[in-house]
Ligand binder design. Structure first.
Ligand code: SF4
Ligand code: F3S
Length: 104
């Protein structure tokens, strides 16, 4: 499966939802997650994310993010249509420690 990681938080560009063939993105207030049981591993979303927040779970040390994606994909609503990104998305790109500072 592919996994949404920290740089999505407060960037939330949503380009990813437009390309996913199985509509497996779920929306929280500040980020999206991928449902690991629905993702078919096609990889098309990875290069579409302007924040480079989407990674394959074959990359090391993604356990925390894989769990977070799995947990919240069950709680948050499905999203299939891109909307306007947050006004400060660019300023938030690359900010350190987003999980601790901004995740809710
Ligand atoms: Fe959707 Fe493919 Fe990305 Fe999985 S890898 S979330 S199926 S676009
Ligand atoms: Fe997040 Fe990138 Fe999608 S910032 S909402 S994973 S396009």
């Amino acid at each position: 499966t592919y996994v949404v990681t920290d740089n999505c938080i407060r960037c939330k560009y949503m380009d990813c939802v437009e390309v996913c063939p199985v509509d497996c993105f779920y929306e929280g207030e500040n980020m999206l997650v991928i449902h690991p049981d629905e993702c078919i591993d096609c990889g098309v979303c990875e290069p579409e994310c302007p924040a480079e927040a989407i990674k394959p779970d074959t990359e090391p040390a993604l356990d925390t993010w894989l769990k977070l994606n799995a947990d919240y994909a069950d709680k948050w609503p499905n999203i299939t249509v891109k909307r306007e990104a947050p006004a400060d998305a660019k300023a938030m790109d690359g900010v350190e420690g987003k999980l601790e500072k901004f995740f809710s």
